[in-house]
Design a protein around this ligand. Structure first.
Ligand code: IMP
Ligand code: MG
Length: 177
């Protein structure tokens, strides 16, 4: 399948994203008012979301780290076999960890990540995902913050890729069938 950006319908415009991310930031800011937040960005897809979200959280004790995950599979379907391509640089023991994800589809990637990070003894650990596709759930994971719940469509842009392309789109689009 080849895709060009003029075959895309806009699902969430840059303005839709801005408004919702501002709300999420306010919610996180209130919830973490009295404790540190250690944000973990799951690369690669979450980088634009992370950058926009943390700038909507007023907090004097917020730190950021990155972790790379890649799930084997074809371009549009994850296999659940996850590989860590880059590990954290800061220990998370005793920290209030907030995992930032672009999308949770089957839940297999996040399930793998939670099992891995739990062994490192964070004080608390919550998930903030921009998108959730509940129709494909294979592993239930507890998501405290969800930007948008979406139907079972393959979406690209704003960090989300199709075969490594389109991460640079400022909006989230869906391929017109
Ligand atoms: P899961 O393991 O099925 O929950 O899938 C998680 C990963 O699959 C995400 O982090 C994305 O990299 C990828 N993914 C799932 N759905 C989409 C989509 O609609 N567009 C782009 N990537 C997706
Ligand atoms: Mg991802």
């Amino acid at each position: 399948m080849d895709i060009s950006s003029d075959q895309l319908d806009v699902l969430f415009s840059a303005e839709d994203l801005r408004i919702r991310i501002k709300e999420l930031g306010a919610q996180i800011e209130a919830d973490y008012k009295d404790r540190d937040i250690h944000v973990i960005c799951v690369l690669k897809g979450s980088f634009p979301f992370l950058a926009d979200l943390v700038r909507q959280i007023k907090h004097d004790n917020l730190s950021v780290d990155f972790l790379g995950l890649s799930s084997y599979g074809n371009e549009t379907k994850s296999s659940g076999v996850v590989r860590m391509t880059q590990d954290l640089t800061i220990p998370i023991e005793g920290k209030n960890v907030l995992i930032i994800e672009d999308i949770i589809d089957t839940g297999l990637t996040m399930h793998y990540l939670l099992e891995n990070l739990k062994t490192r003894l964070p004080k608390t650990m919550e998930i903030c995902t921009l998108l959730h596709k509940p129709s494909n759930t294979e592993k239930e994971v507890d998501m405290k913050y969800v930007g948008f719940t979406i139907p079972n469509k393959f979406v690209i842009g704003y960090g989300l890729d199709y075969a490594e392309r389109f991460r640079n789109l400022p909006y989230i689009g869906v391929v017109r069938q």
